[in-house]
Design a protein around this ligand. Structure first.
Ligand code: ZN
Length: 408
């Protein structure tokens, strides 16, 4: 890919994604195989006035060795230096950038039972830091093509060609392939905001989701719930885009109030392993039955991580005609695949999807219907014939999606 276009992409990530401010600290998490692009990003951070930029390199083969060789006890504790780093992040409310490039099933074969137990043990240690940072710092997830990932997506191309093709589709779907990605994103954010306004004015109580594959779901929405999409703001008003790309208009439904069955329309990569062709039946707001052609055990593990893991934290609307589904590429990566298709998420809900959330305590938000969990995992349910009807409090029905696309 031409350096000039990559520089535009790096600038988009920094300006539209993170919106780095003068004197901010930036933490970048990236794969070890991406030194050139990460260097560009670090330079953009400093150009934007960052005080300091720290890169945390990750390398999946080493993560896999750690998962295999470290004991459950060792994996369950947070080292003093890791703790100190969380403290530093929370105190400085630094920007956090995650650059994804990993092989979607590069962790295949690890002991998922051990890893789930380790995550459960670590979660209460990390939780206070996460909560201290929530809605107070800018963050962004974007992607660059790792070699194994590119080969997984384009198995018929040789490695170099696959990586190049991956760059093309990443930049295209991220609206970063044109002359002025910053302008393209300004327009895109405005479009998403106007759709949110329309939906929020309707004051919907329920969404009914139906597709020809058997999906038939009724989801209750929160009183005072709002749809969000595109850019977000920190509590002190810094605007940022948490996901590049993003196509979704989403909300957090009322925890514990969903009935029906959904069928997945894309594979799900979770903890470095794939779950494929699965269905989930909800009763009384919880997943009570899951079936999967591949990865059923992992799926069961996932939804039993904690009390909130089997409840919904998100319902997101994405037209079937989004650039990502138009690309026809299956990315095996949630950042992209979630933006190709309507999806739901198991686990934690989003505080900002409730009006006036900043005035409520964590407990009050939970009481009002925002689900809490250590996980938040999107899974795709949108199909080309998905039909969604919104039901208002007075029973009036409004067509929201028709044949997989916006009806308004
Ligand atoms: Zn989502």
């Amino acid at each position: 890919m031409k350096r000039e276009q990559l520089e535009k992409y790096a600038e988009l990530i920094l300006k539209t994604g993170l919106n780095v401010q003068k004197d901010q600290t930036v933490f970048v998490t990236a794969g070890l195989d991406q030194p050139e692009f990460v260097t560009m990003v670090v330079e953009e951070c400093y150009k934007a006035g960052a005080k300091e930029v720290f890169v945390e390199w990750s390398h999946q083969p080493i993560a896999k060795l750690n998962a295999n060789y470290r004991s459950l006890e060792s994996l369950s504790t947070l080292t003093p230096w890791a703790k100190a780093q969380w403290e530093y992040k929370a105190e400085n409310l630094s920007c956090r950038l995650f650059i994804e490039s990993e092989d979607p099933d590069g962790m295949n074969g690890i002991d998922q039972d051990k890893m789930s137990k380790a995550r459960r043990a670590q979660y209460p240690i990390i939780k206070p830091y996460r909560e201290a940072m929530e809605n107070k710092h800018q963050w962004c997830i974007a992607a660059v093509p790792g070699k194994a990932w590119a080969k997984k997506v384009f198995p018929n191309l040789d490695e170099d060609a696959a990586v190049e093709k991956m760059w093309e589709v990443i930049l295209y779907t991220s609206r970063a392939d044109g002359n002025d990605p910053l302008k393209a994103w300004k327009e895109h954010n405005a479009d998403l905001a106007s759709r949110c306004d329309y939906l929020n004015d309707l004051g919907l109580q329920y969404l009914e989701v139906k597709s020809g594959n058997g999906t038939d779901l009724k989801v209750e929405l929160n009183e005072d719930g709002i749809f969000c999409g595109g850019d977000e703001s920190t509590l002190d008003g810094k605007v940022f885009n948490p996901n590049i790309p993003t196509e979704e208009v989403f909300t957090t439904p009322k925890a514990g109030s969903v009935e029906g069955i959904v069928f997945s329309t894309k594979p799900l990569s979770y903890m470095g392993e794939l779950i494929e062709n699965f269905s989930v039946r909800f009763e009384g707001g919880k997943a009570v039955e899951v079936k999967a052609e591949k990865g059923e055990e992992l799926l069961k593990h996932m939804i039993s991580m904690d009390e909130g893991a089997s409840k919904l934290g998100e319902v997101a609307l994405i037209p079937y005609q989004s650039p990502i589904s138009q690309s026809g590429v299956l990315f095996y990566n949630t950042l992209f695949d979630e933006n190709a298709s309507c999806h739901l998420a198991f686990g934690r809900g989003f505080n900002e999807c409730m009006r006036g959330f900043e005035n409520y305590s964590k407990e009050e938000l939970e009481r009002r219907g925002i689900n809490d969990s250590m996980i938040h995992v999107d899974f795709m349910i949108g199909a080309k014939d998905t039909c969604i009807v919104g039901v208002k409090k007075n029973g009036e029905r409004v067509q929201i999606f028709k044949d997989g696309n916006w009806a308004f």
